[in-house]
Ligand binder design. Structure first.
Ligand code: H2U
Length: 348
């Protein structure tokens, strides 16, 4: 009889319409690669050479204020800018291009160079959440901006250029592909059921409890059924909200708390600062009602077996379909089993 914890199968992602090939038996193959821990040197609370530390000069000569909480600024090397001429290219439907306007910002989470989200206090992470909401409101009220991508790219392995705790926001005219796919699938589901796709999915997960990592009064952190990355996770609000603007104060604190709770567990898996790309997917700011949207935060961490063994999206993944070896259920068990207290505190 087919057993999804043993036998190879494909899982469907109802948010994107994509499939992932799951090969649970492969996780049992012998591993002769590295499993060692890495020694990481403790960073100073202030680094005079860091372009994100308070009071320091950035590469374009501008000086950061002596901020004591969070700090945001327009990216000095922004990918998108709002002052480019509009234009289009259309040649035989084959060479197609369109100008794209936007605004890119960098967000410093804390003046402390030595901290990361899992090591920050919930009240300070709440200040990051407050800043996301403020930036979302401001950027979203700009007529040219139709979508705002808030994200955090953490760790050298992810190409992050600076360990100072920070994230980014890219706000732009178009709705990016990954978001548009989620919008189309959520809309089709909402039109059919008159409920959001994620409210129904959350109910299933809360009933089964198999893939839930942790939850609080307002949010659930879950390894989604259709996860691709080994320890991929989603933070889903229990209440249907299309954007982060709808959060109450208490929900903002609850988000800060579950963001910490999940990332503490991540760090505890291999006792390192766990790398990932994380971001919030939410309704566009295109002045349309979006009752189909249930905003959520996704975490895509690349590590598989240890601090140094990363999953590579190559070969079959690059050519055919996303694929994973350990199941979402096994990953959720691993994340539930590690301590909810950061290893740096327990090892003191
Ligand atoms: P990462 O999150 O990938 O490390 O990027 C940090 C951003 O900081 C990067 O997009 C910007 C880079 O353009 N930056 C500045 O805006 N000013 C600087 O002085 C250096 C880096």
């Amino acid at each position: 009889m087919f057993d999804s914890s043993e036998h190879s199968h494909r899982r469907y992602n109802p948010l994107t319409g994509e499939w992932v090939q799951v090969s649970p038996h492969r996780a049992k193959r012998p591993w002769q690669g590295q499993v060692e821990k890495v020694n990481v040197t403790q960073r100073p609370a202030y680094d005079p050479t860091c372009y994100l530390c308070a009071g320091n000069q950035r590469s374009n000569g501008l000086v950061n204020p002596h901020y004591t909480s969070t700090f945001s600024f327009v990216n000095d090397f922004a990918s998108l800018s709002n002052d480019i001429p509009e234009g289009e290219i259309h040649e035989q439907e084959l060479l197609v291009a369109k100008s794209e306007r936007g605004i890119c910002k960098v967000i410093c989470f804390s003046p402390r160079h030595d901290l990361t989200i899992p090591e920050m206090e919930v009240e300070n992470i709440k200040e990051v959440v407050d800043l996301w909401v403020k930036e979302f409101a401001e950027l979203g009220s700009n007529k040219i901006i139709n979508y705002i991508q808030i994200f955090e790219n953490k760790g050298e392995i992810m190409g992050c250029s600076n360990p100072h705790p920070h994230g980014q926001i890219w706000a732009q005219q178009s709705i990016p592909d990954a978001v548009l796919r989620k919008q189309q699938h959520q809309l089709a589901y909402f039109q059919k059921h008159n409920r959001t796709l994620l409210s129904d999915y959350l109910q299933l997960e809360l009933n089964k409890k198999e893939r839930v990592v942790t939850e609080n009064e307002s949010f659930v952190a879950v390894v989604p059924y259709w996860a691709i990355w080994p320890f991929e996770a989603m933070i889903i609000p229990k209440r249907t909200m299309s954007t982060i603007l709808q959060m109450t104060e208490a929900e903002r604190t609850a988000l800060a708390s579950i963001y910490k709770a999940l990332t503490v567990r991540y760090d505890n898996l291999f006792e390192i600062s766990f790398p990932y790309s994380a971001g919030i997917h939410q309704a566009p700011t295109d002045n349309q009602p979006h009752p189909e949207w249930h905003w959520h935060m996704v975490f895509y961490p690349p590590l598989l077996r240890s601090a140094t063994v990363k999953k590579f999206m190559v070969g079959y993944e690059m050519l055919a379909n996303a694929q994973r070896d350990i199941t979402a259920e096994t990953a959720a068990i691993r994340l539930r089993e590690v301590s909810g207290v950061h290893y740096k505190i327990t090892s003191k």
